[in-house]
Design a protein around this ligand. Structure first.
Ligand SMILES: Cc1cc2nc3c(=O)[nH]c(=O)nc-3n(C[C@H](O)[C@H](O)[C@H](O)COP(=O)(O)OP(=O)(O)OC[C@H]3O[C@@H](n4cnc5c(N)ncnc54)[C@H](O)[C@@H]3O)c2cc1C
Length: 333
């Protein structure tokens, strides 16, 4: 395999100019912790790597009524930021439960949100049918190991799960992305970034090939400050989520005024439980109330042969995450 060319750029304008010059065969590289593996496996074959690792987009700062996190901030720098920890604990917890300290020191916020799925067939060393990797080749997972795959939001063409813990916490807190492209900048709710696979699983986001994520903005709210992230995985560390739940709650006296719930590990994108949220508002944060509100969560799921357990696991994880906020005294009831 020929080695890709390499170009280091110093600012966003130079990165955009490079993307325009080299076209869709160029790839941005930030921390490189995902992209380099994909190149080694032959899954990505860029002609040119545009290194954005030195762009001055690596700060976290208060921004009006929210927090601005530069896309080149490393996961560890973001997780350790005092305002992120106090105002948005679910985000800090999701980051700290991701990967390993070494990876978090190199990996960036933008790269984390755009990392590719961990579906074992997509990542297989020996090439297997995978519509995401090779459109039209089929989906080996449909007759294979499906324990870690999606139970909802997938299609016959692809059942791969979205891998980022950070994205789940950010979707729960209604975060937005700021991007730049040669056509100008735009702001996009993170919940609208990821596409469901349908018949074209190779297209994963609404971003254009020449679009750069500049920052993530998380709006502040009483619920964001009382949030948490629970991750269930096969081993205690250095492992992707089997199921995860990001929750945020604001109470008014004993009653829930605002609640947000997003699940990871169940779908091709972070999955908000809007209906459960609606059912919980105006009720007390108690075990029976939460249990009842979650009874029909993910009822529309279409599990595969051996991943149906994720539905009940997601309900229980969400229940535990909500009640832990109460038991830790984070939410007053
Ligand atoms: C062993 C291992 C375990 C892991 N465990 C977890 C885990 O538990 N949870 C979890 O969430 N993640 C986990 N990860 C994934 C890890 O967090 C990602 O590899 C990392 O966040 C990617 O960031 P990066 O800066 O290295 O991205 P890169 O590898 O540099 O880039 C990834 C993709 O993002 C694009 N990109 C990067 N920055 C931008 C930008 N600003 N604008 C537009 N495009 C951009 C690149 O072009 C590329 O397509 C794990 C990774 C490994 C190797």
């Amino acid at each position: 395999m020929p080695e890709p060319g390499y170009l280091r750029v110093a600012d966003t304008a130079a990165a955009l100019a490079a993307l325009t010059r080299y076209g869709p065969s160029a790839r941005l590289i930030a921390g490189g912790t995902d992209l380099v593996n994909l190149i080694k496996e032959g899954i990505e074959r860029p002609d040119v790597l545009v290194d954005i690792g030195r762009l001055p987009l690596d700060t976290v700062r208060a921004d009006g009524d929210g927090l601005w996190i530069g896309a080149l901030t490393t996961m560890s720098a973001a997780a350790g930021h005092p305002e992120l920890r106090s105002g948005y604990p679910a985000v800090a917890e999701a980051l700290e439960l991701s990967a390993s300290p070494q990876i978090r020191n190199a990996a960036t916020i933008g790269g984390n949100l755009l990392q590719r799925t961990r579906c074992p067939y997509f990542r297989a060393e020996t090439k297997l049918p995978c519509n995401k990797r090779q459109p039209g080749s089929g989906c080996a997972a449909s007759a294979g190991h499906d324990r870690t795959l999606a139970v909802i939001g997938g299609s016959d063409a692809c059942r791969a799960c979205h891998p980022s813990d950070l994205a789940v916490a950010l979707v729960a807190l209604d975060a937005e992305l700021t991007t730049e492209s040669p056509r100008g900048g735009r702001t996009l709710p993170l919940a609208r970034l990821y596409l469901l696979p349908g018949d074209a699983p190779e297209r994963e986001t609404v971003l254009e090939p020449d679009e750069i994520i500049v920052a993530v903005r998380v709006p502040s709210s009483p619920a964001a400050a009382r949030s948490g992230y629970l991750k269930v995985r096969e081993r205690a560390s250095y492992e992707f989520a089997l199921v995860s739940a990001a929750v945020a709650v604001e109470t008014d006296g004993a009653l829930i005024r605002d609640v947000r719930i997003a699940l990871g590990g169940v779908a091709p994108r972070p999955w908000r439980l809007y209906e459960v949220e609606r059912r919980l508002v105006g009720r007390e944060l108690t075990e029976p109330v939460v249990r009842e509100a979650l009874t029909s969560a993910l009822d529309e799921a279409r599990p595969l042969k051996s991943n149906g357990f994720k539905i009940e696991l997601a309900r229980r994880s969400t229940r535990r995450a909500l009640l832990e906020l109460r038991d830790r005294g984070v939410v007053r009831t």
